[in-house]
Design a protein around this ligand. Structure first.
Ligand SMILES: Cc1cc2nc3c(=O)[nH]c(=O)nc-3n(C[C@H](O)[C@H](O)[C@H](O)COP(=O)(O)OP(=O)(O)OC[C@H]3O[C@@H](n4cnc5c(N)ncnc54)[C@H](O)[C@@H]3O)c2cc1C
Length: 320
């Protein structure tokens, strides 16, 4: 059966995203001595992509054009445009630009095509007996090696920079498909203030986090501490369940992944589900009244103390 590796590229996402999707497609294609193809989505063809795809050794370039694809923000329109333009014969692997937008578009495209969504892959090989791929989980502490037999898969793969290979440069004659069907309009999003004054937890350099061992008064102190330190506030799932913290500040496997310089864990026991949300590179400082708490096994610095004693003393010593 014919095997095809296709980089799916929204033109509005720019040249860097295009390079990344092409680099991924070329890496997988190279392992199988296959050629890769490109499906570009936008309001009109772009000469820069024709040159880039040719220089990357792609053998086929299709532009799926529609006025609704001009800003690249309407992910459902992009997914449906790609699904309309794709010829689904043979075995196909579709690669999107890596990153959160590429992942969301990939998942939507897989749903439109009833294809298998492989998600964010760290490695991807197309072998005779199926696709083999690796995914990081538990914040990079574990690598999952997976294998799947499927004729249509969608994935994101970070393959580094696209190296120019003049020896393999192709002069491409793009095929232009004018999409006739209407594409879905963008959802209107009504924005209102959440009342949160602290920055998002996922981008903070210092995260002050509380768990089940802290009560509402304790969270008020943690918020003050976060503000004094110029950091942000996070917490464990039980703290969110108890209504002490909004869900957007939950750290862990089912919450946010954070990579601050310092993660201050107060009244948090250190379960794998919570630790999965903290980067290996972060320094963990733990405050817990139980000397046997698991958090001390991973903490760089720990204090066995009740938060009610520690937090007021800390706040007092910090400049206003
Ligand atoms: C599928 C699944 C997904 C999950 N996802 C997440 C997730 O994303 N994030 C998450 O956090 N959890 C998650 N959990 C829940 C997880 O298993 C734990 O239940 C949770 O992490 C425990 O939170 P905790 O450390 O705040 O509470 P506990 O484990 O109850 O720990 C409380 C700690 O507070 C200490 N303490 C008590 N009083 C004081 C005091 N006065 N001063 C100082 N220390 C005190 C105690 O010694 C204890 O160590 C998930 C679970 C499942 C099954």
């Amino acid at each position: 059966m014919q095997q095809r590796i296709i980089a799916v590229i929204p033109l509005a996402w720019g040249q860097e995203a295009a390079e990344q999707a092409l680099a991924a497609a070329r890496q997988v294609a190279h392992q199988q001595s296959l050629a890769c193809a490109v499906l570009a989505l936008g309001p009109a063809p772009a000469a820069w992509l024709t040159d880039m795809a040719g220089a990357a050794g792609a053998v086929e370039l299709v532009y799926a054009v529609h006025a609704a694809l001009s800003d690249g923000e309407n992910l459902q329109a992009l997914a449906e445009a790609a699904a309309q333009a794709l010829d689904q014969s043979g075995q196909q692997l579709l690669l999107l630009p890596p990153g959160s937008e590429g992942e969301e578009l990939g998942a939507r495209l897989a749903a439109c095509l009833s294809a298998t969504w492989l998600g964010r892959c760290a490695r991807l090989d197309w072998k005779a007996d199926g696709l083999e791929f690796e995914r990081a989980c538990w914040g990079g502490r574990l690598t999952l090696r997976l294998q799947i037999e499927t004729s249509l898969a969608v994935a994101c793969l970070r393959a580094g920079k696209l190296q120019q290979q003049p020896a393999h440069a192709n002069v491409l004659e793009p095929l232009i498909i004018e999409l006739g069907k209407s594409l879905p309009a963008m959802f209107e999003i009504e924005q209102s203030s959440s009342g949160q004054t602290l920055p998002p937890v996922e981008s903070a350099r210092i995260v002050v986090s509380g768990g089940r061992g802290v009560n509402e008064a304790g969270f008020a102190l943690l918020e003050q501490l976060a503000m004094k330190l110029g950091g942000s506030l996070g917490g464990s799932l039980p703290a969110v369940d108890a209504g002490m913290l909004p869900v957007m500040r939950q750290v862990g496997v089912s919450g946010k992944f954070v990579s601050p310089d310092v993660y201050l864990a107060v009244g948090i026991s250190g379960t794998p589900q919570h630790l999965a949300g903290i980067s290996h590179d972060s320094r963990i400082v733990a405050i817990n009244s139980d000397p046997a708490a698991d958090i001390f096994k991973v903490a760089n610095l720990g204090a066995v103390v009740d938060w009610e004693q520690m937090l007021p003393a800390l706040l007092e010593r910090l400049p206003a």
